[in-house]
Design a protein. Sequence first.
Length: 671
Amino acid sequence: MSSLTPAQQQRLHKLGIQREFDLILHLPLRYEDETHLYPIADAPMGSPVLVEGEVLSCEVNYKPRKQLNARVKDASGSLVVRLMNFYPSQVQQLAVGKRVRLYGDLRHGYFGTEMVHPKVRVGGEVSLQEALSPIYPTTAGLSQAQLATWIGKALANTPMPDTLSDAILAPLQLPDFASSVRLLHAPTPDTPKILLTARTHPAWQRLKFDELLAQQLSLRLARAVRREKTAPKINPDGRLGAQLIANLPFDLTAAQKRVLLEITQDLAQAHPMQRLLQGDVGAGKTIVAAVAACHAIEAGFQVAMLAPTEILAEQHFQKLSAWLTPLGVNVVWLTGSLKAKAKREAIAAASDGSAQLLVGTHAIFQASVAFQNLGLAIVDEQHRFGVQQRLALREKGQSPHQLMMSATPIPRTLAMSFYADLDVSVIDELPPGRTPIITKLISDARRDEVIERIAAKVLEGRQVYWVCPLIEESETLQLQTAVDTHAQLSEELEGIAVGLLHGKMKPEEKAATMAAFSRNEIQVLIATTVIEVGVDVPNASLMVIEHAERMGLSQLHQLRGRVGRGAHASLCILLYTTPLSETAKARLKVIFEHTDGFEIARQDLHIRGPGDMAGIKQSGVPMLRFADLETDADLLELARDSAETILQHHVNLAQPHLDRWLPGREALLKV
Ligand code: ADP
Ligand code: MG
């Protein structure tokens, strides 16, 4: 690498190539087969072939537009070469009487068999390629030939010992590393091309396996480091939690009981819990968190509960105070918008230990907030928080136990890879008595009908959410739309109380509006996407989402989950505006067809790819270049098992493998 100019190195950096070894791991996108010369008459149509012949004629036509037509003939037949754009040098190359070698797709054209824009080279005595020619991903200013030369040198000069022993490889039946990369850079002509393009060839499998294994190893090491930290053992009688449960107007579902047991067992350990509590929208995660909080409080520790928005924090505060204050627990509220004095008091209560449960937003993270003895931190809607914020929270206690909650389910393969350092508990059943939500897709040309339906619902005694469109480019415009919609619907729905809720309102105003909606003093609530998370009004049974095509799948699913919380049949109307992009169509189809959050998340992964999934880019977990979580799920499982075996029985193999695949990632292991 050191022999390259700075400009060349910079171009390689753009491709993610920093070291000699990265050249070896820069694998072809596809191949061209110039190992076999076909007679023109026998060459198959539709896929690229190599033929050779003599130029019989060559003319440049100007009508209907500029075009070069040349006829090339071999012993078996002839074809026409057509070029729409060409240089004078190409006219020379195709001069009558020259022998040329052509590589391209054969097809039936107006003048018989033809090749449009083939690769044209000098023919004759030139020998054929011995291997398929790799086509690499490249960048401006870097030719295939240049890249191929450097990669060839790296392959010849760099030792490529296998990082894995036979004991690991043999049962997996994967080939060795060196022969796998050599094959992928220069496959012999008999290599089945379909296996190469589909990336299912054993050599590809080996590379993908190695990549997944590196990811698994790094995650497991990070987890081992965490396990060495000590956390308070929380092991109370459970009396407080039992009392809370006894006071509830409902019984916990079997799933809620099961996850509570998992959490309780974790809390009793001397190392910090890192548990993700997953449950679809409305599954009842809050009560589980509240019981876990009771355990910590009963054992004499403080608990922090964090929500991504003020509205949600406020709702949690209301709910948790109502549940816990009667049990003698001091619940304190802390958000950024509190008045200075109230904030000072909340902060003081955190630091002198009198706040047993502190509920709030990010304000809790401020440096000024120090807990006396934080034992448990609960983060609601964890996908909304970045890794940095989670780490900041961890630093508040020595290493408190952490419970993260999310309604955005993580598909299995993602859970095994990007979230593999977390333990996961799943609430996989909804409380009884919920009615399924019916979803309708309606063009916004039929808005009037929708408004009639709203009036009818309100007459039945139900309440309605109207979600205004997300306008990412302009917050002002988004606000304006909400205000306009409010004015318009207030007029159209005479005699019905229409409220407005948006992100720019003062927290007290927001809280007052939400409270009025909860008490059914407002029947129709116009809202921006601020209601996306956590809001809970069981009597609301109709939701209208405007410009649903602009929203992401998990957002639509979260929004829709605001209805269907009570015993009434619920309806979600997705208003869309045409024309719809292909992605928007695909998304709307998914949300229309599915109500199961897991299935929706899986489809979302399929439509967007994992890089886009909430939180993954900043998660600090290495991204995948070769392996595909959807198609390589089986390899991922093998990699997971092998990582386990390596760390238990062959731990000396781990570091060399990580050095090869994830150089410079020691930092991750220290997190
Ligand atoms: P989410 O999992 O989306 O955070 P919540 O915790 O807000 O859901 O619960 C949704 C609603 O279901 C709340 O009104 C809650 O009191 C209620 N709930 C929770 N568990 C049960 C249960 N086992 N039986 C009946 N209702 C329940
Ligand atoms: Mg919730």
